[in-house]
Design a protein around this ligand. Structure first.
Ligand code: ARG
Length: 463
């Protein structure tokens, strides 16, 4: 039986029923639906709609329903259109006609928005824990890396040497921002729609501030028309999830590249790699490829919901029923990916020699230019001289460290009558660790700066 059959003489076409039913999706909010109903029963009891006896009976019945959901004993009936109908139907089975008083002054429009927000308020801390587990895997790797050095890239071309620890932590901070974004979103989720009725507000004199507090919401909504249709929180949540997906895809892409034989910077543990059914030698980074791929799916979920919301007239429209599936799916995606990536990164092995061997002396060309700066020459000129040194080394097919002092002096000679600014100490600039140590300002790759960064990251995980 539906909750709305009174004005109809025919029952709903069975295919239309299937289309209309949201139970397969919204049963995930069962506990929240019951909690919302318990709070509503309290509110309308206080407002004089339920007698003490009716209130006690409804509360007890709802507790039983909640227990059935919690223990997995709840049985849905074929006629349950959505989670709200299912709960009310079961309540009626348990306590009889008094159950019919629970929906007084309430609509499924304010109810569903309340359930959804309640659900989200509870999932955000779970997501936060999953983020922290990945952050802590990244931080452990950064600690393990010590002063291991590796090539840093821009445009995927060798650029400057960096600490491996600095690279690991470069993937920590985006996740920290993701956590902060979700925490900030919480205040916009924490607005209670219940008490907005179908659209115009409830005629029951409920204390909505008290109702909000009893459900742990920060405050009640201010406009009933907006409250039943506002799905900004769902769109924002999907944006947060999608941006996380994009962050993870960037990390994943680098692991895919760096575990290839061409780079060989890391080796995945067997527990987090997969084989090929045809090629016996293969060890594939599937979990990272899937992570990269799922970022695309997440973008689809976000744009899908935005497209659903676009152009909807104010207040509740059934289109809004489309809001939950992408939010649930995005949540499941993140809760599936985050721990796996954490596990894969905890067990990955770095190959410091491969990283060291990928650093060639041209990566210190900037340091060569800086060396001349230290001799008082403007950077724009020193950049040109260092560039000429790179060209000369390339022509001779040698490294920068193999050019003779005379060759350097000839390059610098253009600047002055004398031998120019080059002295024997120039060769020190080709030590990659020296280049790294110099980058010691806050946020730089020097061991000291990275130590500070680690301390900051440690604090962020603990918060
Ligand atoms: N299943 C609906 C949803 O998810 C619940 C609200 C239904 N409201 C209505 N007036 N039919 O949006």
């Amino acid at each position: 039986m539906t909750l709305w059959g009174g004005r109809f003489t025919q029952s709903l076409d069975s295919l239309a029923w299937d289309l209309n039913s949201s139970l397969p999706v919204d049963q995930r909010m069962a506990i929240q639906d019951v909690d919302g109903s318990i709070a509503w029963a309290n509110a309308i009891h206080k407002a004089g709609i339920l007698s003490d006896e009716e209130h006690a009976s409804i509360s007890l019945g709802l507790d039983t329903v909640k227990g059935e959901f919690a223990s997995g004993q709840f049985r849905f009936a074929p006629a349950d259109e959505d989670i709200h109908t299912a709960v009310e139907r079961r309540l009626a089975e348990l306590i009889g006609v008094t159950a019919g008083k629970l929906h007084t002054g309430r609509s499924r429009n304010d109810q569903v928005a309340t359930d959804f927000r309640l659900w989200m308020l509870q999932i955000i801390p779970q997501l936060d824990s999953a983020f922290r587990i990945l952050q802590s895997a990244l931080l452990s790797q950064a600690e393990l890396a010590g002063e291991t050095i590796m090539p840093g890239y821009t445009h995927l071309q060798r650029a400057q040497p960096i600490l491996l620890a600095h690279w690991w932590l470069s993937h920590f901070h985006p996740l920290q921002r993701d956590r902060e974004r979700l925490a900030d979103l919480t205040k916009r989720v924490s607005i209670l729609p219940l008490g907005s009725g179908a659209l115009a507000g409830t005629p029951i004199p409920v204390d909505r501030a008290e109702l909000a507090e009893s459900l742990n919401f920060a405050e009640p909504s201010s406009n009933s028309l907006d409250a039943v249709s506002d799905r900004d929180f769902a769109a924002e949540y999907l944006f947060c999830a999608t941006l996380t997906g994009i962050h993870l895809s960037k990390l994943a892409e680098q692991i895919v590249l760096y575990t290839s034989a061409e780079f060989g910077f890391f080796e995945l543990s067997d527990a987090f790699s997969t084989g090929s059914s045809l090629m016996p030698q293969k060890k594939n980074p599937d979990v990272f490829e899937l992570t990269r791929g799922k970022a695309g799916t997440l973008i689809g979920m976000l744009t899908g919901l935005l497209a659903t919301l676009k152009g909807l007239p104010s207040t509740y429209d059934k289109d809004l029923q489309e809001d939950k599936a992408p939010v649930f799916a995005a949540t499941d995606t993140l809760l599936a990916i985050l721990p796996v990536i954490a596990g894969a990164l905890r067990t990955i092995t770095a190959k410091p020699e491969r990283m060291r061997n990928a650093i060639d002396s041209t990566m210190m060309a900037t340091d060569l230019a800086d060396y001349l700066v230290s001799k008082g020459i403007p950077f724009r000129e020193t950049h040109a001289i260092a560039g000429k040194a790179v060209r000369a080394a390339n022509e001779k097919n040698v490294g920068l460290e193999e050019l003779s002092l005379e060759a350097y002096q000839a390059l610098g000679g253009a600047l002055s009558e004398s031998k120019g600014p080059f002295e024997a100490d120039v060769y020190q600039v080709f030590d990659p660790m020296k280049s790294i140590v110099k980058r010691n300002a806050i946020g730089g790759t020097s061991p000291e700066a990275v130590e500070m960064q680690k301390a900051e990251c440690r604090m962020q995980i603990e918060k």
